[in-house]
Design a protein around this ligand. Structure first.
Ligand code: B1M
Length: 210
């Protein structure tokens, strides 16, 4: 197995120490940070993302793998800056106002980072004003809204209305998700995309910047 394949496997297995050692070995052997990122770390997360979608692995495995991936990218960061590697896009993400659930949102964030996006995470219970401020400040291609309660999912629409009022609606793609959210709800509130799970969210986001 090549070094890059070993990195991919170590990410999938969530073996952070192995990931760090293998990334260092790959750097020492002359691989570029971009190669290590794309063909090692991100490939591992992408394979795991498909397994998560197919219910072959579950939340804990993804969290552990994401931690291992982050340890690897920390090591790569200075080299990536030197090589001038840019993220494939920017996403602002948050759980809408009144809602404190963040496990799913964090998984979506990890999958997006794993797919190569820079993600600005506003946390939970985020008001429409905060989302608008963040869109103005960070100019993301995608705004990702999570909601876990039937009582808060309507706040995804509130954010969309606030974007319209601020003349920003055509500046950003809005992606919605969370357990009570459906494709028909997405269509009803005028969002650009619905993703049922974290892996699909990363796929949808990639299609927006392709
Ligand atoms: Co809450 N809770 N909770 N809770 N909680 C639910 C959601 C509930 C279904 C439980 C139940 O009654 N069976 C219910 C909602 C009922 C409803 O609205 N119909 C509920 C309730 C009622 C409440 C409280 C009101 C309870 C109370 O206080 N009376 C309260 C509300 C607090 C608030 O938010 N204001 C509350 C509180 C909490 C805790 C704080 C204790 C805790 C949250 C901890 C945390 O997140 N840090 C909690 C938890 C853990 C749950 C359950 C058990 C698990 C949620 C979870 O994390 N699932 C949940 C019951 C359940 O789902 N079995 C429940 C795992 C996670 C990976 O899945 O978040 O769906 P999920 O994310 C998925 C997809 O939905 C998707 O990708 C993820 C991964 O594939 N996804 C996106 C999510 N966001 C996305 C965004 C995207 C795309 C995809 O694009 C932008």
């Amino acid at each position: 197995m090549s070094l890059l394949e070993q990195i991919s496997t170590a990410v999938q297995q969530g073996k952070a120490k192995d990931v760090v050692a293998l990334v260092q070995e790959a750097l020492d052997s002359g691989a570029t940070a971009q190669q290590i990122l794309d063909e090692g770390l991100l490939k591992g997360m992408s394979i795991l993302g498909v397994k998560f979608k197919n219910n072959e692995v579950f939340v804990p495995e993804v969290l552990i793998a994401a931690r291992a991936l982050n340890r690897g990218t920390e090591l790569l960061k200075p080299r990536l800056v030197e090589e001038g590697v840019e993220p494939i896009g920017r996403v602002v993400i948050g759980t809408v106002k009144g809602d404190l659930h963040d496990i799913g949102k964090n998984l979506v964030k990890m999958m997006l980072e794993g797919a190569g996006f820079a993600v600005i995470d506003l946390g939970v219970d985020v008001s429409e004003e905060k989302f608008i401020e963040a869109v103005k400040e960070h100019k993301p291609q995608i705004l990702a809204l999570s909601a876990l309660l039937t009582t808060t999912m309507n706040n995804q629409q509130t954010v969309i209305e606030a974007l319209k009022a601020a003349d920003l609606r055509d500046k950003v793609k809005v992606m919605v998700g969370g357990a009570p959210v459906t494709q028909s709800f997405c269509d009803l509130i005028g969002a650009d995309a619905y993703a049922p799970d974290a892996a699909s969210a990363a796929e949808v986001a990639k299609s927006f910047v392709a």
